[in-house]
Design a protein around this ligand. Structure first.
Ligand SMILES: Cc1cc2nc3c(=O)[nH]c(=O)nc-3n(C[C@H](O)[C@H](O)[C@H](O)COP(=O)(O)O)c2cc1C
Length: 225
C-alpha cells in the first residue's frame, strides 16, 4: 500500500509541513547523495537504476503515456536541429514476431541450439510489456559531425529511461546481439546507414532492485584549477 501521493517508483515518501512531496532519506539506497531538500528531479536521478526485463511485468505505459514518453524523448540537445533519430514502438504482435525471428536466426546460426536457448531468445521481446527502439539516423553533414548526431540519439534513449522511471515504471536501455544483426535490422525496417541506439524496455517492476556499485568520482574526474 503506497502512502498518499507516492508513486510506485517512490514508495518511501511523505509530505513535509508545506505539503511538498519529500523522500524518506533513511530508506534510500543512495542516501550518501540524498538530501530531503533535493528536488524531485535530483532525487529521481539519484535513485534511478535499470529494471531488467525479467524483473518487470504488466502493465506497461498506456498509448497516451507512450506518446508523452516519445515527446519527452525528442526534447534532447541536437546540434543543428537535425532530429538525427527516430522511434519504433514495438507492439505486442511485433514483439511475438521478433521473438520468434530471433529464435529462427539462432537456429540458422546454431542448428544444435537447445530449446532453453531458443526460449531465451523469444523472451528478449516477449518479457517486457513495452519496447521502444531508438534508431540513430546520423549521416554525414557539412557542419555537424556524425559523432554528435549519435550522441543526441543516446540522449533520446536516456530521456526515455528517465521519463519512464519518473512515471513509476521500470526501464532498461538494452541492445543485445540482434541490434547489430542485419536480419533484425531488416525486420525492424531500418534504412541504409541507420543504427539501433537502444531498445528501451519499459514495464512495472515486480520487485525492488538493489543498486550496483557506482564509479568513484576520484577515478573519473579531473579538476583543472
Ligand atoms: C548503449 C547501451 C547498450 C546496453 N545494452 C545492454 C545489453 O544489451 N544488456 C545488458 O545487460 N545491459 C546493457 N546495457 C546496460 C544497461 O542499460 C544498464 O546501464 C545496466 O544494466 C545497469 O545500470 P543502471 O542501473 O545504472 O541503469 C546497455 C547500456 C547502454 C548505454
Amino acid at each position: 500500500m503506497l502512502r498518499p501521493g507516492c508513486s510506485r517508483q517512490f514508495p518511501d515518501c511523505g509530505f513535509d509541513l508545506a505539503g511538498k512531496l519529500v523522500l524518506i532519506v533513511a530508506a534510500l539506497p543512495s542516501q550518501d547523495i540524498m538530501d530531503p531538500t533535493m528536488s524531485d528531479t535530483l532525487a529521481l536521478l539519484a535513485r534511478r537504476r535499470s529494471v531488467p526485463p525479467k524483473f518487470m511485468g504488466p502493465p506497461g505505459p498506456s498509448r497516451a503515456e507512450v506518446d508523452q514518453l516519445l515527446t519527452l524523448a525528442s526534447r534532447v540537445p541536437d546540434h543543428g536541429k537535425l532530429a538525427p533519430w527516430r522511434f519504433v514502438v514495438i507492439g505486442p504482435a511485433a514483439r511475438e514476431r521478433f521473438g520468434a525471428a530471433l529464435a529462427d536466426f539462432t537456429k540458422q546460426d546454431r542448428p544444435d541450439a537447445d530449446e532453453e536457448t531458443l526460449q531465451r531468445e523469444r523472451e528478449r521481446f516477449t518479457a517486457s510489456p513495452c519496447i521502444i527502439a531508438v534508431i540513430s539516423t546520423a549521416k554525414p553533414h557539412p557542419k555537424i559531425p556524425e559523432w554528435e548526431q549519435v550522441l543526441s540519439a543516446g540522449a533520446a534513449c536516456m530521456n526515455l529511461v528517465t521519463a519512464a522511471t519518473a512515471m513509476g515504471y521500470g526501464a532498461s536501455w538494452l541492445t543485445g546481439w540482434h541490434s547489430f544483426d542485419p536480419r533484425f535490422h531488416a525486420a525492424l525496417g531500418l534504412q541504409d546507414g541507420e543504427k539501433i541506439a537502444g531498445l528501451i524496455h519499459i514495464g512495472t517492476p515486480k520487485e525492488a532492485q538493489t543498486d550496483r556499485p557506482r564509479p568513484a568520482l576520484a577515478d573519473i574526474v579531473t579538476i583543472l584549477d
